[in-house]
Design a protein around this ligand. Structure first.
Ligand code: SF4
Length: 336
């Protein structure tokens, strides 16, 4: 767990998202997958984006990278990266930015790697395109990146097709591809979910090390608070398309303020729990994430919330700032 002091060292915002609304239109209705998101990422930090599936984490990343087909998607608000609103850029400008200053590692590398191209072709293509390297130079650089992500026997492995590699190796190749153009900001979307536990730990360690070496800022998207504890300095908790809590990681673990965050933390098994706590059962959050086509009135979490009050069913709580790095969207804070 990195400290907020680390965070303060890197205060300059690299990415500032204001009032992001990402909708999907169909003939029948419009669904807002992200609804009024405000988030910033500072240079050199790792920000965790947490929540259950369907909370809008991945759609947020895809909106920033403009990887959604519009229409049926529509992205509104502002996404300022290095002083430029990405929503004002042309497709060509965005294409140049992706894989260069902005990059992404996806959950399942097999769906992101092209199965009919060798690792060599896929890795060198981006290097040639974005860094203007010759084929020979791009290959040399690709080998360096494969070494950096600890692919053994890289000179032979580079000639292989993705299916010949294990899941962990494929994810390393994806990381090498994502980092090959030294991006300033990397989105890692559940990068270890599809991997065995031991490989997960290796990949996380690798990402942390590469981030430090290259100075890349990272947005770590995950449902796993253990990954957040390991990697991030700040965390944003999302629920049904909205931010419900934002905090430095230490504060979030020590003093979670939103009932949803408390539910997420209560559902994590802890090894070596103290004697006095040994009878404590793992909590579960009752119910499921609401259907975005049919959201509950008032607070979106109220059907699942153990601390629900009358007002919660009637009115949407606004986000309340508790400090520079802390915010909660809950009527309980308004009561306080
Ligand atoms: Fe629970 Fe009400 Fe807070 Fe929503 S606003 S999380 S229902 S207490």
């Amino acid at each position: 767990m990195t400290s907020i002091d680390d965070d303060r060292k890197c205060m300059k915002p690299l990415l500032t998202i204001n009032n992001l609304v990402t909708s999907f239109h169909s003939q029948e209705q419009t669904v807002r997958a992200v609804d009024g998101l405000d988030v910033s990422v500072r240079q050199g930090e790792t920000l965790g984006l947490v929540g259950e599936s369907g909370c809008g984490k991945s759609v947020t990343a895809l909106s920033v990278l403009r990887l959604l087909r519009c229409p049926p998607a529509e992205i509104r608000g502002s996404i300022v990266f290095n002083g430029r609103n990405l929503l004002d850029l042309s497709r060509e400008e965005m294409r140049r930015l992706r894989g260069d200053a902005l990059s992404m590692v996806f959950q399942e590398p097999m769906t992101s790697l092209n199965p009919v191209l060798t690792i060599d072709d896929q890795l060198t293509e981006g290097i040639r395109l974005h860094r203007g390297a010759s084929r020979a130079k791009a290959r040399e650089m690709a080998l360096e990146f494969l070494d950096m992500v600890r692919i053994p026997d890289a000179r032979n492995r580079i000639r292989e097709y993705p299916h010949a590699l294990s899941g962990g190796m494929r994810q390393r190749v994806m990381i090498a591809m994502a980092l090959s153009c030294h991006p300033e900001l990397l989105f890692a979307d559940e990068p270890t979910t599809a991997l065995d536990v031991t490989i997960q730990a290796q990949i996380l360690e690798l990402l942390a090390q590469l981030k430090d070496e290259l100075g890349t800022s990272v947005v770590m998207i995950t449902h796993d608070l253990g990954v957040i504890a390991e990697m991030a300095s700040r965390v944003v908790v999302m629920y049904a398309g909205r931010v419900v809590e934002e905090a430095p990681v230490r504060d979030l673990f020590k003093d979670p303020r939103h009932p949803y965050t408390r539910g997420l933390l209560g559902s994590i098994p802890v090894l070596g729990r103290r004697k006095s706590q040994k009878d404590r059962k793992l909590q579960e959050i009752p119910g499921i994430v609401p259907d975005l086509k049919n959201l509950p009135s008032g607070c979106r979490f109220h059907p699942r919330c153990p601390q629900k009050m009358d007002v919660c069913e009637r009115q949407d709580p606004a986000m309340i700032r508790l400090g520079e790095f802390r915010a909660v969207t809950c009527w309980l804070e308004a009561e306080v």
